[in-house]
Design a protein around this ligand. Structure first.
Ligand code: SAM
Length: 286
C-alpha cells in the first residue's frame, strides 16, 4: 500500500495541524528561508516558509481581503503605498483593484518567494505585471529608514517574528514607518493570534509597540482556518483616521468591488474584540 504523506505544523508544543499532501511542487532553501509549496485535498496548494503555513489557496482570500480592504475603506484617497513582505502577491493583487493608487513600492526580502509563487500560485501572484508596481528586493527594515512623509498606506505583510521577519516587529521599525507615512497615513500589519500563549505574547508586544508609536491604534480580527487557532489579528495604526468613525461604507460600496470575505457590515464588527483579547492587549500598555 502506498504510504500517505502528511504535513504538520506545531501550533503549540502539544498541538499540531495536519494536512494530507498529494504532491510536492517546491522544496528548496533560499538565502533566507526554506520554501515549500505542495498540494492538499482540502486546502488546495499551500505555501510554507520555514515549515509555517503562509497561505492556502482555499482561505487566502480572508487574510488578503482583511489586510487591504479595511484600510482602503477608511482612508479617503490612497495614492502611494508601501507593501513590506507579501511575496506571494495576494496583498498586491487586492491593492491593484483600486484605480486611484498611483504607485506601490513593494519591498520583499526574498526573490525566490516571488519566483515560486508566480510559477505555482498564479491566482495569488496575479498582479506582478501591474505598471504601478515598483518591486524592490531588500530588507523592509533598511528600506523604510530612508523615507519621510511619503506614503498614504503602509501594509506589513510579514512572516512571524522569527528569522528574517523579526525586525519588522521592532519599535525602531514602527518608528521609521511612522516617519515614512504622510500626516494622515495608515499602517496595517499582521498582528499574530491571541490564542496560544507564545503567539499571544507576540500580539501583546506588537500592540504595546504600536501604541507607543502611533496616536491611534485599533486591532481587528478574522477567522483564518489554516493559521494557529484560526483566530487572527490585524493592527490598524494611524496618525489621523479612525477605522470606525472615518469609515465610509457608502463610498466603499459605490466602488462595486466584489470581496468574498470583507463587507461593510463586517468592517464594523471586526473591531469588536472578545474580552480576553482586550485584556491581553491592554495588559502591556502603560
Ligand atoms: N500572510 C502570511 C502570514 O501571515 O503568514 C505572510 C505572507 S508573505 C509570504 C511574508 C513575506 O515576508 C515572505 O515572502 C518573506 O520573505 C517576507 N519577509 C520576511 N522578512 C522580511 C523583511 N525583513 N523584509 C521584507 N520582507 C520580508
Amino acid at each position: 500500500m502506498a504510504k500517505e504523506l502528511w504535513f504538520a505544523e506545531y501550533h503549540d508544543d502539544n498541538t499540531r495541524l495536519g494536512m494530507r499532501v498529494t504532491r510536492e511542487l517546491v522544496a528548496m532553501q533560499s538565502e533566507f528561508q526554506a520554501i515549500e509549496i505542495f498540494e492538499t485535498p482540502t486546502f488546495g496548494r499551500v505555501l510554507t516558509l520555514d515549515g509555517l503555513v503562509m497561505l492556502t489557496e482555499k482561505d487566502e482570500f480572508i487574510y488578503h481581503d482583511m489586510i487591504i480592504h479595511v484600510p482602503m475603506a477608511v482612508h479617503p484617497k490612497v495614492q502611494n503605498v508601501l507593501l513590506i513582505g507579501g511575496g506571494d502577491g495576494g496583498s498586491l493583487r487586492e491593492l491593484c483593484r483600486y484605480p486611484e493608487i498611483e504607485q506601490i513600492d513593494m519591498v520583499e526580502i526574498d526573490s525566490e518567494v516571488v519566483n515560486q509563487c508566480r510559477r505555482f500560485l498564479p491566482q495569488v501572484a496575479a498582479a506582478y505585471d501591474d505598471p504601478r508596481l515598483n518591486l524592490i528586493f531588500a530588507d523592509g527594515l533598511k528600506f523604510v529608514r530612508h523615507n519621510t512623509d511619503k506614503y498614504d498606506l503602509i501594509v506589513i505583510d510579514s512572516t512571524d517574528p522569527f528569522g528574517p521577519g523579526e525586525s519588522l516587529f521592532t519599535k525602531e521599525f514602527y518608528g521609521n514607518c511612522h516617519r515614512a507615512l504622510r500626516a494622515d497615513g495608515i499602517l496595517v500589519n499582521q498582528h499574530e493570534s491571541p490564542y496560544y500563549p507564545a503567539d499571544a505574547e507576540e500580539a501583546r508586544l506588537i500592540y504595546q509597540r504600536l501604541t507607543a508609536t502611533f496616536p491611534l491604534v485599533r486591532v481587528y480580527q478574522a477567522h483564518i482556518p489554516c493559521y494557529p487557532s484560526g483566530h487572527w489579528l490585524f493592527g490598524f495604526a494611524s496618525k489621523r483616521w479612525d477605522p470606525l468613525q472615518d469609515f465610509d461604507a457608502e463610498r466603499w460600496n459605490a466602488r462595486g468591488l466584489y470581496t468574498r470575505y470583507y463587507n461593510t457590515d463586517l468592517h464594523t464588527g471586526c473591531f469588536q474584540l472578545p474580552t480576553y483579547v482586550k485584556e491581553l492587549l491592554e495588559s502591556g500598555v502603560e
